[in-house]
Write a protein that binds this ligand. Structure first.
Ligand code: C2E
Ligand code: MG
Ligand code: MG
Length: 486
């Protein structure tokens, strides 16, 4: 007041100045409030777009980013990176190490993407990488290849070396193609599924054909469920011939499916679908029950049933098999289960334990399709199968190639040394038969002898064989024939 009076200002002017500074203060306070609100909102939005565990942008951020980019950029390419066997890391080391592994992998992605692409965590063990621009696809593929190469050595999580693998699916679209980012992500997801199915640890670009395959798979799956209910599936039996006596001593149960429209679908087509959807467990038990019932009266004949990896992974499987044996009264010693070496895929511990439990019942365990994969001597020594089945491809190649013949002969010698019997599969010609016999195979299976036939037809074959044997038994035996019949 004194100052104002000294400055020669009147009372009115003083009031005006106070009013003005009041208004200014009000605006400043309001601006601070709005700015704080804005900052808070920004922070929340950032949180909503960020993965709280590893700090990478999340799935929402990917959609926000790619929706903005697609309009003007020449190409948008998305890679979906799925860690293989991450569940094992969690199960084995616990969730806290699992979380730190996710963080370590996010760090690898950030480093390898640099400024050329952006990495996201979609959840769990799923990550995405997005590149945009004229060469987006090529750049992205280069980054993904470097990610896979980096995972060839273990990832260090504190002082632990963790072995990780990844399956990568990629998809790309040009601006103007009208493909949305969610559709592109779906395509990358489909491609990842294919990469996994082709053996993991690999990179696969999406192709329209994958969608067609999926549609076909879905159609087969629906039809198959109905077929199971309507009992359209059948079990046929292919004889296995003893090399020494020429007699049928065992049969292999093989699934057949004839649709009401007369179309026959091969097991090679529908079993992989049933394995994918899990329906194989119900189908597999149905085949086992059917085979045990059919073969009950086939005196002295062993029955081999194919068992899929999915069945062997189920801890309930030995129990279910025990119930079937009890219910059908089929002797376990006459049952053989055929596995392929992939039975260890997934959870080798459970598969190994189940195998031991099955053995305890007294059923024989057979390694099918030997010669198509990687089964090592160590693998054979560890599991001590009762029997090894040489795959048809080995038999076909051996007929025309001396080196394959040597491989075949040494496989038989090795199997025998380990106490296993050997069956040659897919014998179509006399040449193949004598070659397999000379190599030391105990049993022959193939179209040269018989295709898989319905139970009634097999019974006729067995009756004919028994009649012939009965006739021979009533003849005075020549010494060489007696030796042959053992
Ligand atoms: P696999 O277990 O190796 O069965 C042998 C396959 O070779 C059968 O094909 C049989 O018909 C065929 N084969 C036998 N002899 C010859 C021959 O001389 N020449 C030729 N070219 N082929 C011959 P199929 O019946 O088509 O079965 C294919 C595969 O489907 C089987 O291979 C098996 O892996 C699977 N499978 C069949 N039935 C079942 C089942 O009930 N459960 C499971 N999990 N898989 C099954
Ligand atoms: Mg088989
Ligand atoms: Mg086979």
């Amino acid at each position: 007041m004194l100052l104002a009076e000294q400055a020669g200002l009147g009372g009115k002017a003083w009031h005006g100045a106070v009013l003005l500074s009041g208004i200014a203060l009000y605006f400043i306070a309001a601006a601070i409030f709005v700015w704080r609100e804005w900052r808070e909102r920004q922070h929340l939005e950032r949180l909503a777009l960020t993965d709280s565990l590893c700090g990478l942008p999340n799935r929402r951020a990917l959609h926000v980013d790619s929706a903005g980019q697609q309009a003007d950029d020449a190409e948008l390419a998305i890679a979906l990176v799925d860690l293989d066997g991450f569940k094992l890391v969690n199960d084995f080391y616990g969730h806290s190490v699992g979380d730190r592994t996710v963080k370590a992998f996010a760090g690898i992605l950030l480093e390898l993407c640099g400024d050329s692409a952006r990495a996201y965590r979609l959840g769990g063990d799923e990550f995405a990488i997005v590149a945009t621009g004229p060469l987006a696809g090529n750049i992205l593929e280069g980054i993904c290849r470097r990610v896979l190469a980096r995972l060839a050595s273990p990832v260090m999580v504190e002082d632990r070396a963790i072995g990780l693998g990844a399956s990568v699916g990629l998809a790309r679209a040009h601006a103007g193609q009208g493909v949305t980012s969610s559709n592109l992500l779906r395509q990358a997801d489909v491609a990842t599924g294919v990469a996994k199915a082709r053996g993991k640890g690999r990179l696969t670009w999406f192709s329209e054909e994958f969608d067609r395959d999926r549609a076909e798979h879905q159609a087969i799956d629906l039809d198959l469920r109905a077929a199971l209910e309507r009992e359209e599936l059948q079990v046929h039996y292919q004889p296995l011939i003893d090399s020494g006596t020429g007699r049928v001593t065992a049969v292999e149960a093989l699934l057949r499916w004839e649709r009401p429209d007369g179309l026959r679908i091969g097991p090679d087509k529908f079993i992989p679908v049933a394995e994918e959807t899990g329906l194989i467990e119900a189908i597999g038990l149905w085949v086992l029950r059917r085979a045990c019932r059919d073969a009950r009266d086939w005196d002295g004949i062993k029955v081999s049933v194919n068992v899929s990896v999915a069945q062997l992974r189920n801890t309930q499987f030995p129990l279910q098999l025990g119930q079937i044996l009890e219910e059908t009264g089929f002797p376990a010693e006459r049952l053989e289960l055929e596995l392929t070496e992939t039975f260890l895929v997934g959870d080798p511990l459970i598969a190994g334990r189940n195998l031991e439990m099955l053995r305890d019942f007294g059923v024989g365990i057979v390694l099918d399709d030997y010669g198509t994969g990687y089964a090592s001597i160590g693998f054979l020594r560890r599991f001590r199968f009762e029997k090894l089945k040489l795959d048809r491809s080995l038999i076909v190649d051996a007929a025309g190639d001396a080196a394959t013949r040597t491989v075949m002969a040494s496989s038989v010698t090795m199997a025998k040394a380990l106490g296993m019997q050997v069956t040659a599969e897919g014998i179509e010609t006399e040449v193949q038969a004598s070659m397999a016999r000379n190599a030391g195979c105990d049993q022959m299976q193939g179209w040269l002898y018989s295709k898989a036939v319905p139970a009634a037809e097999l019974e006729r074959q067995l009756d004919a064989q028994n009649e012939q044997l009965a006739k021979i038994e009533h003849l005075p035996l020549r010494p060489d024939a007696a030796k042959k019949l053992g």
